[in-house]
Design a protein around this ligand. Structure first.
Ligand SMILES: [Zn+2]
Length: 359
């Protein structure tokens, strides 16, 4: 097996570059998180394939990651950089302001619909910043003059790389053969590790957090529950007031569940959301659902979902959920336990692959 094809070795190298030296911003963590998510949702058919990753697509994901994080926390703006000018955070905040995100909160995709020009500006700013800073520096150990390009060729990137140079390179980086499959397989291990490093960095950069110990992780990576509640009423009307998993009749304040776990793929689109009872919701938590459950959620009436999406201005992201499901399940070893209902589990079996897994 080549080095690129060995996910364990790949994971060790990723962690090694992150554990070396103090970070001056959380941008490298965000970039890696975005890269991992991109690989999950764009898994190459052949594990040994290289994968072209458009920098604007990464910029969109980075915006999604910072989207809720830039809300004030405990009355403070959280610093995520030791530099006076935090470009990515500024771009995120500008887009939120332009799209008029209120207290309820909505997603980047909704902001894109409401303020397309501001969205494009934010993508341009973030993409250029990614190319000049984290993508250029990610594979370089502190003090080293050259990169160890084990993830992608970064020889055309530097602190002042121009938009025209990027355009000449197709506005993209190309992950080395095998890297995309490796990162997708490691998603479940690397993402929680990145979140822990991220919380540490934010604590270090914001001295006021040392005193109380509020829930920094929840603020940075928790799902925004208040925003999700607008889905409840329309879903009850469309699908009936029943738990998606156990069919029990639901009370007025039941939870909204992410079928593909929020901790693994942060997809808030309607196609990934269901009504659940608190018993099933709590029991399922961050575990991987059984294949039959994903089958059932993806086969819900798309017309009905699109109607709800139009009335709420909340995208379904159906193709994205399909792609993420495929990326996740193809990366799992056979036989891992999956959640199949309250206090029930079954071993993963994709020997008769469902339609969404077939390459
Ligand atoms: Zn239930």
């Amino acid at each position: 097996m080549t080095e690129a094809g060995d996910p364990l070795l790949l994971g060790q190298r990723v962690v090694a570059i992150l554990e070396t030296g103090l970070r001056t911003a959380t941008y490298k963590l965000a970039t890696l998180m975005a890269l991992i998510e991109h690989c999950v949702e764009n898994l190459p058919t052949d594990p040994a394939d290289a994968l072209q990753v458009p920098i604007p697509a990464l910029a969109h994901r980075v915006l999604e990651i910072y989207w809720h994080q830039v809300r004030p926390f405990d009355g403070h703006e959280l610093r995520q950089s030791t530099q006076p000018k935090a470009r990515i955070l500024a771009a995120t905040t500008s887009l939120r302001d332009a799209a008029g995100v209120g207290r309820g909160g909505f997603s980047v995709d909704t902001a894109r619909l409401r303020a397309p020009e501001a969205y494009q500006r934010a993508i341009d700013d973030v993409a250029l910043c990614l190319a000049q800073q984290p993508l250029h520096r990610l594979q370089k150990l502190p003090g080293a003059s050259t990169s160890d390009a084990f993830l992608y060729d970064d020889s055309f990137l530097h602190d002042h790389v121009s938009r025209s140079t990027l355009r000449a390179r197709g506005d993209a980086i190309v992950l080395n053969p095998g890297v995309a499959h490796g990162l997708a397989r490691l998603a479940g291990l690397l993402k929680p590790a990145l979140e822990i490093m991220w919380v540490d960095d934010v604590r270090r950069m914001n001295k006021f957090l040392a005193a109380e110990v509020p829930d920094v992780a929840g603020h940075l990576f928790g799902r925004e529950r208040t925003a999700l509640t607008v889905v409840r009423g329309p879903f009850k009307e469309a699908f009936g007031p029943h738990c998606f998993y156990c069919q029990t009749h639901l009370p007025a304040n039941n939870p909204i569940d992410h079928v593909l776990p929020w901790s693994l793929v942060g997809i808030d689109g309607l196609a990934n959301l269901v009504l659940a009872c608190s018993r099933c919701n709590g029991d399922k938590s961050g575990s991987l659902p059984a294949v039959a459950i994903v089958d059932r959620v993806l086969e819900r009436d798309q017309g009905v979902l699109e109607d709800v999406a139009a009335s709420l201005q909340w995208p379904t992201q159906h193709p994205r959920v399909v792609a993420a499901a495929r990326g996740i399940y193809l990366g799992q070893p056979a036989g891992v336990p999956t959640w199949s209902g309250y206090r029930r589990s079954e071993r993963l079996d994709v020997s008769f692959p469902p339609w969404w897994v077939q390459p």
